[in-house]
Design a protein around this ligand. Structure first.
Ligand code: ADP
Ligand code: MG
Length: 293
């Protein structure tokens, strides 16, 4: 039989927009030492817009946008959406791409007019072996200082353009960090984005621990790292990329508008996509425990 208190606690949670898939995890939430948040779409709005671009001298901005939008045409990523939007706003003709492939946490690739085209972030650069031209390196440095996410366009092995995209921190994120600190919980952030952007967001929010440029397949090892320090760890995420980390965490929390995979890997689902519900979850768990004693 389900203990009465747990039943109450679960329906109370449901009334607060929390779906509890694992009651033990819900109970453990009161003891969390650290909570790791996915950055994009969880602490930030996840709605990137292209705020700047730079190309090498023999490539026009329109051509760079056309190639980029072509290989991004099948991607659901926020970055892809922003690039397609920019191309359409500028009235750029987007050619067809073939052989489209998403490289998780890195970017996308495809073939356009016989050219091999890649669009992706810093993790892509580690992956392909090409020099960053000075104009693009300077542009990327400046964008990084402004906490803008940079993605690169690679055509037939050459880096030919860079885009700067801005995302905004969600208003609620400030209160979340403050409230978790009040509860003596360490706040960490996990992202595939660059060190620059991660540091800027972390400083702004007062986040204690930052894991940046983490590939999707390594996200769960960061959860493990904190667990190895003897901490009980919660993880909050929304993406397919976050699923293994959600599973690894002692309390995996999916934010509601997230993907099915994230939702299926989580112990608790926050229906309303409000990160403040993470705080409510911990408080509800603490309150229920007190009642049990
Ligand atoms: P996060 O961990 O912040 O949610 P992701 O793991 O989804 O981010 O992506 C990590 C990085 O991979 C992005 O910051 C970007 O550099 C790159 N990336 C992922 N998907 C794309 C895409 N469709 N186009 C360009 N870059 C991408
Ligand atoms: Mg994400």
């Amino acid at each position: 039989a389900i203990p009465l208190v747990v039943a109450i606690n679960t329906s109370l949670a449901a009334r607060n927009g929390m779906l509890v898939r694992d009651r033990i995890a819900m109970e453990q939430a009161r003891n969390l030492d650290a909570i790791i948040f996915d950055k994009t779409g969880t602490l930030t709005e996840g709605e990137h817009g292209v705020v700047g671009m730079r190309t090498v001298s023999d490539v026009s901005q329109d051509d760079a946008l056309a190639l980029s939008a072509a290989v991004e045409s099948d991607s659901e990523h926020m970055i892809a959406r922003a690039i397609r939007e920019e191309a359409s706003e500028r009235g750029v003709d987007v050619p067809d791409a073939s052989g489209f492939e998403a490289m998780k946490g890195r970017g996308v690739r495809g073939t356009v007019d016989g050219q091999a085209v890649y669009v992706g972030g810093p993790n892509l650069l580690n992956h392909i072996d090409s020099e960053v031209p000075d104009v693009l390196a300077d542009f990327a440095d400046e964008a990084g200082e402004n906490a803008q996410t940079v993605v690169y366009l690679v055509r037939d092995g050459d880096l030919v353009a860079a885009f700067a995209m801005a995302d905004v921190i969600r208003d609620e994120s400030y209160s979340v960090v403050e409230a978790l600190h009040d509860l003596d919980i360490e706040v960490a952030m996990l992202t595939g984005d660059s060190e620059d952007v991660a540091a800027a967001v972390a400083n702004e929010l007062g986040i204690d621990t930052v894991f940046a440029e983490v590939l999707p397949e390594d996200k769960d090892t960061k959860v493990q790292e904190l667990q190895d320090e003897g901490k009980l760890v919660g993880m909050v995420g929304d993406g397919v990329n976050d699923a293994p980390a959600l599973t690894r965490a002692d309390v995996g929390i999916a934010i509601g508008s997230g993907t099915d995979v994230a939702v299926q890997s989580a112990d608790v689902i926050l229906v309303q996509n409000n990160p403040m519900d993470v705080v409510r979850l911990v408080k509800l768990s603490k309150a229920s425990y007190r009642k049990m004693q």
